[in-house]
Ligand binder design. Structure first.
Ligand SMILES: [Zn+2]
Length: 295
């Protein structure tokens, strides 16, 4: 894909949305039928049997090559209790296997990564600098390990949302962190927080810091997983997330797309591409995965 054709595609989507047309279902479909060459051809968040993914790493790499992705990051979970986190030998073996499986081919750039998790609302993270140094791409998510947000969720919804923002602000100060995995995955808790529930003032504060500290916003295909208990219709969740992405894009935040594949398909980034297109994110704010430094 040439850069100019991608730019044209994204600009036409941005023009549609600026004209208020993207809210009508028909025009959204028309925009969706844009040239396939406008597709962002990376998948920077995926799992194998090294954590809770369905496929072995060798098969995963073959899939990335077969699907003709430009770049794919293997980002197995690095959380307390997982083998990559708890065993130095297992981490060595994981990295060696990635090296082995990606060698001898130039079909797809295979990136060595992990998905760490945040441990508390100050932004303390499950991986340290020494281990992160061995990786090319480090993600961090909110999970059941994250005290004050998904773990021991405050009963007060405002307090909960303030904790989520405070956690992400803290993550921005972790120098070796590259991307925040599926931000605002806060729909399956009690109380639940949907994208539109967050105060705009707090979102703007976070967006400014993510842009300043160059923390990438990861849009995963399976985001609806995180809102399955809300009862909010999927298209409404999408519309809310598009508004959120617009706000972060306006602040200059960078984005990546991913499947967060466990068993739904490596390279399946249909939903992120819908969101990116509808939000009119400029191509200059999409991570150039081929430029991620090798280790
Ligand atoms: Zn993941």
């Amino acid at each position: 894909m040439t850069d100019s054709s991608r730019r044209r595609f994204l600009q036409s989507a941005a023009a549609l949305s600026a004209a208020g047309l993207a809210v009508s279902h028909k025009s959204v479909l028309a925009a969706d039928r844009g040239p396939l060459e406008g597709w962002i051809n990376h998948d920077l968040h995926s799992h194998t049997t090294w954590s809770d993914g369905a496929h072995s790493l060798p098969l995963h790499v073959l899939e990335a090559r077969a699907y003709e992705l430009d770049a794919m990051a293997v980002t197995d979970h690095y959380v307390p209790g997982s083998k990559l986190h708890d065993s130095e030998e297992q981490l060595d073996a994981y990295l060696e296997q990635i090296d082995r499986e990606r060698a001898g081919q130039d079909d797809c750039r295979i990136i060595k990564g992990v998905e760490a998790t945040v441990l508390d609302a100050t932004g303390r993270i499950s991986i340290d600098a020494r281990h992160a140094e061995r990786l090319e791409w480090v993600l961090c998510d909110l999970s059941g390990h994250s005290e004050g947000t998904l773990r021991h969720t405050p009963a007060d919804k405002q307090a909960y949302m303030e904790n989520v923002i405070r956690t992400y602000l803290g993550l921005c100060d972790v120098d070796y962190l590259d991307a925040i995995a599926h931000p605002f995955n806060t729909g399956n808790t009690t109380p639940a927080a949907a994208p539109a529930d967050y105060p705009e003032r707090l979102l703007r504060e976070l967006a400014a810091k993510m842009a300043e500290k160059r923390k990438v916003f990861d849009i995963i295909n399976s985001m609806i997983f995180w809102f399955q208990k809300t009862g909010v219709p999927p298209r409404e969740i999408t519309a809310q997330y598009v508004e959120m992405v617009k706000l972060f894009a306006a602040a200059g935040v960078m984005f990546q797309v991913s499947s967060d594949d466990h068993r739904t398909g490596l390279g399946n980034t249909r939903w992120p591409q819908l969101v990116i297109t509808r939000a009119g994110v400029p191509s200059a704010q999409i991570v150039d995965a081929l430029a991620i430094p090798r280790k």
